[in-house]
Design a protein around this ligand. Structure first.
Ligand code: ATP
Ligand code: MG
Length: 579
């Protein structure tokens, strides 16, 4: 593992420094006073129709991070123009997750707060001959729209008089017409090479209850008619969004220019794509609804709540976001890079502990049974460092006794070549304790080894033999009489392919779900200090991985999640790339 650089922005795939073009644009705009003396104002504009995911973390990092860098401010704005898919649960989880990531907004805003103003602006455009009510059905509008190679055709309703448009639009608002019967469209250019400029729909009729405005409205603005104007109302200077909105930028500007309002500037950057990861809210919702995962915060989900429950930390996610930077072209980032930043962070902060996931009994035949052989549970205590990376984390006393548990996999009756762990006649080190040599085994009726008997060298206390004898392996252990039991949840990638969208025609992204993404171990044995674990604690179970307590834990029932295994494949990928 390369652990010397926590949160370093130097570790990226191939680049020495993340691209900084957004930073450069803002710096230049301040230099030229593009927005006069206005401070840098940004916003993070989630639609409250799902939980935030790691892709949103990138957007949050840029929106909040860049504004802060220039002494500016950031609003959290809910883009709640679609009453059908939005829920208060999402509004709340989004605020929790933004704060957890370490950011705080200047103002909490809702696009729905601007419904009144947007309506007034729609009337203004109608009065200026720039908008009209269209009676074509959605299907007919689509047909009139043309294609990338053919211009569209004007709607027969395009030349309605201003009076007629005003009358119909007002009546749309008062609820006289059924859903889908009419829309308000901008009057731009049906022959524009940009399809977004071919008289886009501004308002549709929807008799639906909105999470904030209730039944006050039965017409709702489309995203394109709401977003730029919301930015303008909040005097957003730099409105950063992902690249798929680049084609919408001319329309974003058109509305602002026609209305003569504050000229917010849209700037597009690349969406985060991660290998083995799906970041579509619609599809993530499907995973939740079909119980393919255990909720939005299932530790396998790429949501911030899932990553949090898994044991990921905001520090590591921010370090990752800083390292990937932003670019003007879409690409895919190895999920191992995110994991690398998390390991780096945990390596520095995680308390070490010993836990045996697949226990095998190890009996030390020559270990004293206690004073005068009276006490079978006789134990001594060995002193163990809580974190070798951080001496200030102190030490703790771990009980060692005659009967221990070791990992099943750390013993082989017939060792394969190069197997340096315990096998008959072989000597190994029990971490922080003693050297032991295996002598014999006990087997069950099926011939499985159930117990290993060994002898220890009392002179090797602390883990070294005074005669300088070397052993090739150091193993973790827990004292059987003192061990606590816990359920351990091991997570693997949620998708089995690097590109989850790689499926045959007629298939679905969910066909690529990894059916072995969760393994539950119920007989793990842990050192007793873990009984006091708190939800905020982070542990490295020595030789096993990074773990944290799961909120499913209860009195007498501990559940630990594996955040990550120890192996850092990103460091390997990087090493290979670097030659
Ligand atoms: P989806 O398409 O899955 O519904 P979305 O883009 O519609 O996602 P929003 O809630 O509208 O989700 O996103 C809020 C902000 O987060 C937007 O500015 C959007 O561009 C940004 N964002 C969403 N997904 C990503 C991503 N994968 N990488 C970077 N930014 C993202
Ligand atoms: Mg969206």
């Amino acid at each position: 593992m390369t652990n010397s650089n926590p949160g370093s922005a130097e570790v990226t795939s191939g680049e020495s420094r993340p691209s900084n073009f957004l930073h450069d644009i803002i710096a230049e705009d301040l230099r030229t006073k593009k927005f006069g003396d206005a401070i840098v104002q940004t916003r993070f504009p989630p639609e409250p129709n799902g939980y935030l995911h790691i892709g949103h973390a990138k957007a949050i990092f840029l929106d909040f991070g860049l504004a802060a860098e220039f002494g500016g401010k950031t609003n959290l704005r809910f883009d709640d123009t679609n009453p059908q898919k939005e829920e208060t649960e999402y509004v709340e989880s989004i605020q929790t997750d933004v704060r957890w990531l370490g950011f705080d907004w200047d103002r909490l805003c809702y696009a729905s707060d601007y419904f009144g103003q947007l309506y007034e602006w729609a009337l203004q455009l109608i009065k200026n001959g720039k908008a009209y009510v269209d009676d074509l059905s959605a299907d007919e509008i689509r047909k009139h729209r043309g294609t990338l190679t053919e211009p569209g055709t004007n709607s027969p309703y395009r030349d309605r008089t201003i009076e007629e448009n005003l009358d119909l639009f007002t009546r749309m608002k008062t609820g006289e017409f059924p859903d889908g019967s009419r829309v308000l469209r901008a009057k731009i250019d049906m022959a524009s090479p940009n399809l977004n400029m071919r008289d886009p729909v501004m308002y549709r009729i929807l008799h639906a209850t909105h999470h904030r405005t209730g039944n006050e409205w039965c017409i709702y603005p489309m995203y394109d008619f709401a977003h730029g104007q919301s930015d303008s109302i909040e005097r957003v200077t730099h409105s950063m969004c992902t690249l798929e909105f680049a084609d919408h930028q001319p329309l974003y500007r058109w509305f602002i220019e026609q209305l003569g309002i504050f000229p917010s500037q849209q700037i597009e950057f690349d969406r985060l794509n991660l290998t083995y990861t799906m970041l579509s809210k619609r599809k993530l919702l499907q995973l939740v609804q079909e119980n393919r995962v255990n909720g939005w915060d299932d530790p396998r989900m790429p949501t911030l709540s899932g990553l949090r429950r898994r044991g990921f930390t905001p520090e590591a996610i921010r370090a990752f976001c800083g390292a990937i930077g932003a670019s003007r072209t879409n690409g895919t980032t190895d999920v191992e890079m995110l994991e690398h930043f998390q390991r780096d962070d945990l390596n520095h902060r995680a308390r070490r502990a010993m836990a045996v996931l697949h226990p095998l009994k190890l009996v030390i035949d020559n270990y004293p049974e206690g004073p005068e052989g009276q006490n079978k549970d006789f134990a001594e205590f060995v002193e163990v460092q809580n974190n070798p990376e951080d001496p200030s984390a102190g030490t703790r006393q771990v009980p060692f006794s005659r009967e221990l548990y070791i990992e099943h996999d750390d013993f082989r009756e017939v060792p394969p070549p190069k197997y340096y762990r315990l096998s008959p006649g072989k000597e190994v080190r029990l971490r922080n304790a003693y050297f032991v040599t295996a002598n014999s085994v006990v087997k069950d009726a099926q011939g499985n080894v159930t117990e290993v008997h060994c002898t220890y060298d009392p002179a090797s206390r602390g883990g070294n033999s005074p005669d300088g004898r070397k052993v090739k392996s150091t193993m973790h252990w827990v004292s059987a009489a003192h061990a606590i039991s816990a359920e351990i949840r091991l997570y693997d990638k949620l998708f089995s392919k690097p590109d989850p969208y790689d499926f045959p025609e007629g298939g679905d992204v969910l066909d690529n779900l990894n059916s072995n993404s969760l393994e539950i171990l119920t007989s793990a044995k842990l050192e007793p200090s873990l009984a006091n674990a708190k939800l905020s604690d982070r542990f490295q179970f020595e030789r096993v991985g990074y773990f944290c307590l799961d909120p499913d834990s209860a009195e007498g029932k501990l559940v630990f999640n594996r955040t990550l295994a120890l192996k850092d494949s990103w460091a390997k990928i990087e090493k290979k790339a670097g030659g």
